[in-house]
Design a binder for this molecule. Structure first.
Ligand code: SF4
Length: 312
């Protein structure tokens, strides 16, 4: 996942990064349509650059919170192109049990689900890949390109992301991060607030790895995505045909009312589990919407053929 460490390369915003610069190209695959389109696009460029063997497909497993068969589908997508496939997951309880442990659902302002279940486990894989490269005799820091299927159209937060950026961090010694750190250290030493332009963020880079992020389909519309996915030969998850606009957790805390209602019609047992959890922890699924209300609406509504909107 994209971290808060995104910094722009000054005067340098290539549409397609130089893939041959990276020892590893990490393709984050959820099994959903956007990451499928990302993979199609990545393969096109990786073949042209002759670096297909550097791609590792990673799926962050959310356990029983996600649509059935997504991990298997992501594995199938990787196998379709003959790519190495890795599943990563949080150590410890799954997302639903973790909500119970914390006594709260995640939210747009506190998306601990993403950091705990996606970003953290993917970073652990990066550590493993660095060790592999070192064992093979790779000299110096290991360059990793983290590739995701995020799109600007999905949300205002995603619109603000850069399609290609360095995943900066305080400990990263690169020529982008080191000067920022020097300014930040100087301000801290003088008890002054660190200026925005000197902040390095909390990215995935460190002394051993240089991580950049690339969002190949960032500017794509939903139609662009389907136009790439449909002829690709990659199987599409059945939740789309059942009316869902996105594939993520079955019940995503960021989803629209209509998407949640449709999900509750398709997965009533899981909806009931969330409603019981709400009851036990005394915290609503969304600030203005409880799962109990969603279930009531799902039961009272005719089957929804297609949900157009994810947000709202
Ligand atoms: S799909 Fe939604 S609820 Fe699930 S991890 Fe992502 S943001 Fe959190």
């Amino acid at each position: 996942m994209v971290s808060s460490g995104q910094i722009e390369f000054p005067g340098f915003a290539p549409e397609v990064p130089d893939l041959a610069r990276y020892r590893w190209i990490l393709a984050n695959l959820s099994g959903g349509k956007d990451s499928q389109a990302m993979l199609v696009e990545l393969m096109r460029h990786a073949r042209a650059a002759g670096v297909v063997d550097r791609i590792v497909v990673v799926h962050a497993d959310l356990g029983d919170a996600e649509w059935e068969g997504t991990a298997e589908l992501a594995a199938e997508h990787a196998a379709f192109y003959g790519l190495r496939f890795e599943v990563v997951a949080r150590t410890g309880s799954g997302l639903i049990d973790r909500i119970e442990e914390r006594g709260m659902f995640p939210s747009a302002d506190n998306r601990w689900c993403t950091s705990d279940f996606k970003r953290g486990p993917v970073r652990r894989l990066m550590t493993r890949l660095v060790r592999e490269a070192e064992a093979e005799g790779h000299p110096g820091r290991v360059h990793i390109l983290n590739v995701m299927g995020l799109r600007a159209d999905e949300s205002p937060a995603r619109r603000r992301l850069l399609s290609f950026a360095h995943d900066s961090a305080y400990t990263c010694p690169c020529s982008y991060c080191a000067p920022r750190r020097a300014i930040a250290d100087d301000h801290k030493a003088r008890d002054l607030p660190v200026p925005k332009h000197a902040k390095t963020g909390w990215g995935a880079s460190n002394t051993l790895r240089h991580v950049d992020t690339w969002l190949p389909v960032h500017t794509w519309s939903t139609s662009d995505v389907w136009a790439a996915v449909r002829p690709s030969g990659l199987r599409i998850h059945p939740a789309y045909a059942a009316g869902m606009p996105r594939l993520s957790c079955v019940f995503c805390v960021l989803a629209s009312r209509s998407a949640l209602v449709r999900a509750a019609q398709l997965q009533p047992a899981l909806a009931a589990r969330y409603a019981a959890l709400e009851e036990r922890i005394g915290h609503r699924f969304q600030a203005d919407r409880s799962m109990a209300d969603i279930i009531k609406e799902a039961e009272a509504s005719p089957p929804i053929a297609a949900v157009a909107c994810w947000q709202g």
